[in-house]
Design a protein around this ligand. Sequence first.
Ligand SMILES: [Zn+2]
Length: 68
Amino acid sequence: MTSPSNDNGADRRAAACPLCKSPTVEQYAPFCSKRCADVDLHRWLSGGYAIPAVDDDSEGAAAEPDRE
Ligand SMILES: [Zn+2]
């Protein structure tokens, strides 16, 4: 068995910034820069507590007899 390019490093993909898809910088991992890390932090702080009340009526809304 001969593997042409098994250990060519092709499997080693660089992590990408979740925000702008730029190569991650170790210092700001998992982001590419302080800016992106900051953006994510702000997003986290502003949206972390505002959990969207996504209620799917998959269990049957029989407890709320709303008629309009
Ligand atoms: Zn980025």
